[in-house]
Design a protein around this ligand. Structure first.
Ligand code: NAD
Length: 353
């Protein structure tokens, strides 16, 4: 066994159908009575539902979260939290809404109660991101780690199939990179492998029937494990590429992860053979990279970067940005290797291992 350091973050998770009805108990446990309840405008009905359950503990509903947390959106929400004297934030939605709560907590230190409705995993991490002038900057701060996370699979029943598949692949990406992380440890690896297994079996069922309650529960469980993996250990090439493509070319987050993942795994396959074996076993596939590609096609997710708005002339610049600063990856990063990887992802070719 390799030497390792294991550092457990202080999580509290309430999981299960109907868990949403217990959010007032979570607020009381944290002693919160002036909550700002956040959602996107499209999910304002969910912030209203949360407001009904929280009753007099609500200072205001704030359905103004936007994708990638633009600084102006963060500033406006912080100003509202200050004006109301809020003592906590409730975020109901995906990574964008939880990201807005994190922006508030980063400034004021107020506790967050997160109620995730996608599989992105932000609720389990002390990582925040803010976008300014088209560039997304991320950082880590324990102030932004939600103090309570309420996972209720019933809230995900309305997540459309075309959002669910890529969102689940995003969670798988966290698990995959945790298995070959520089600071991987046996406990996080167990969770990561189990996360892949849970998502690989549930996502095709959800694609066929988005209302399948057991599959929704399984997928949310896998997403939780993906979030833990992302928060616990460092990520590598795949997350770096997706950050570059999302931040500099404004590509959609989960779809970008879905398309790049099989190719990043193919790139790393020979350098991380043990991780690849575990990924393949968890997927129930012969081989990791092609197994991920097949899973993405089984959930009808996009397979090519050209389908989601990248231009072929952007590939050189993307390779340049993604290789500009050194970072850990099991296989050495070369500009030509990354250019080839992106070319394969651009055209949606089956990954070559
Ligand atoms: P998102 O929050 O933008 O949600 C995607 C879309 O789905 C939105 O239009 C949203 O309104 C809709 N939606 C969400 N839940 C729904 C539901 N149950 N029913 C119907 N529609 C629903 O996207 P995301 O993929 O959840 O999160 C992506 C963002 O989160 C990115 O900005 C990413 O960088 C960030 N993120 C951060 C971390 C972290 O640790 N800090 C981790 C993962 C993702």
């Amino acid at each position: 066994m390799q030497n390792f350091v294991y550092d457990q973050l202080p999580y509290r998770v309430v999981f299960g159908a109907g868990a949403f009805d217990r959010i007032a108990d979570e607020a009381d446990r944290l002693g919160l009575s002036k909550l700002l309840v956040l959602s996107t405008p499209g999910q304002a009905h969910l912030s209203e539902e949360a407001g009904r359950r929280l009753g007099a503990r609500v200072a205001a509903l704030y359905p103004h979260a936007r994708m990638h947390v633009p600084v102006e959106t963060a500033e406006a929400a912080r100003a509202e939290a200050r004006r109301l004297g809020s003592d906590g934030a409730v975020a109901i939605g995906g990574g964008s809404t939880i990201g807005l709560a994190k922006a508030i907590a980063l400034e004021s230190g107020v506790p967050i109660i997160a109620i995730p409705t996608t599989y992105a995993g932000s609720e389990m991490t002390p990582i925040y991101g803010l976008t300014e002038g088209g560039t997304k900057k991320t950082g880590r701060d324990m102030k932004v780690l939600p103090r309570a996370v309420v996972y209720d699979p019933q809230l995900t029943l309305g997540l459309p199939a075309k959002v669910s598949g890529p969102s689940g692949m995003n969670a798988i990406a966290h698990c995959v990179e945790a298995l070959y992380a520089e600071n991987a440890n046996p406990v996080t690896s167990l969770m990561a492998e189990e996360g892949i297994r849970a998502l690989a079996r549930s996502l095709p069922q959800i694609a066929a029937d988005p209302g399948n309650r057991d599959a929704r529960s399984d997928a949310l469980y896998g997403a939780w494990l993906g979030g833990i993996s992302l928060g616990a250990v460092g990520m590598a090439l795949h997350h770096k590429l997706c950050h570059t493509l999302g931040g500099s070319f404004n590509l959609p987050h989960a779809e970008t992860h879905t398309i790049v993942l099989p190719h990043a795994v193919a790139y790393n396959s020979k350098a991380a053979p043990e991780a690849m074996k575990r990924i393949a076993v968890a997927l129930g596939a012969k081989e990791a990279a092609s197994g991920l590609y097949e899973l993405a096609s089984a959930v009808s997710a996009p397979l090519a970067l050209k389908e989601i708005g990248l231009k072929e002339q952007d590939l050189d610049r993307a390779s340049e940005i993604a290789t500009r600063n050194p970072y850990y990856n099991p296989r050495a990063i070369s500009r030509e290797g990354i250019r080839r990887l992106l070319d394969d992802a651009f055209h949606g070719r089956r990954p070559a291992t």
